[in-house]
Structures are given as structure tokens and as C-alpha cells.
Design a protein around this ligand. Sequence first.
Ligand code: HEC
Length: 120
Amino acid sequence: MKMTLMGVSVLVSLSISAVTNAADLDAAKRGEKLYMQHQCYSCHGTNGQGGERNAGPQIFPNPTPFVAFELQMRTPRNLMPRYAVQNINEAQLKDLYAFVENMQVSPAAAKIPLLSNAMR
Ligand code: HEC
């Protein structure tokens, strides 16, 4: 139990360490809401890992620079729906990017004690 709690606190501190300050953290939190509301997760996955059956490419790790992100949102290259300023304004776009930039790679199932036990 103690180990599990320690594991959780290590994970929590790791997930926060990527964000440099409180303002960024707030922006990332607002961005996460937008990511869910606008259903980006349905094509790109909740951790940016990419969707099943090529729904959307992986967008984290190695997110595109902000300019490319903005361009893709406003004028998508191909199949992605367009998000106009009326749907996601400039400030929200920055929040969304702050979230994407600070996403976390999910650990492999075998590295999660509860899951690795279940797989035995
Ligand atoms: C219906 C599925 C779908 C939804 C919803 C969607 N995307 Fe996409 N996204 C794609 C596809 C497909 C591409 C590949 C380029 C294209 O088709 O325009 C893409 C490309 C991208 C890229 C560029 C990746 C790269 O490597 O160039 C980013 C960043 C991105 N999406 C972010 C988002 C965000 C943020 C949202 C939510 C506001 C979102 N997407 C919603 C399907 C989707």
C-alpha cells in the first residue's frame, strides 16, 4: 500500500514537473477541458497517442510548434474538422496548446501494478 501511494505521488509530481509555472498549469487545465469539450480526444486519444483506425495522428510526444498547431486548427490539411475563431478563440487556442504540450505519455500496461497483476 505504501509503495502504491509512493508510486502515485511520484506520478503526480512527474506530471506537474513538465509544466513550468502556475499560470501554465492553469492554462493547461483550461486546455484539457477544451480538448474534451471539442472532442479532440475522440480522434487523437486522451493522451494524444493517436486514434484507432487512423482517426487522427499521434500529437504527443513531439507536438508541432504553435504556428503549425494554429494553422492546422484554422485550416486543417485534410480530414480534420476546422475549428474557427467563433468556436475556439485565440486565448482558448493557447490554452489548448498548453495542454497538448504538457500531455503525459501513458505508462505501458505491464508497468502499472494493478494491470500487470490482472494480466497474469
Ligand atoms: C474527426 C477527427 C478529428 C478531430 C475531432 C480532431 N482531429 Fe486533429 N487531426 C485529425 C486528422 C485526420 C489529422 C491529420 C491532418 C488532417 O487530416 O487534417 C489531424 C491533425 C492534427 C494535428 C497536426 C498533427 C501533425 O503532426 O501535424 C494537431 C496538432 C491536431 N490534429 C490537434 C487537434 C485538436 C487540438 C483537436 C480538437 C480541438 C483536434 N485535433 C480534433 C483528426 C481529428
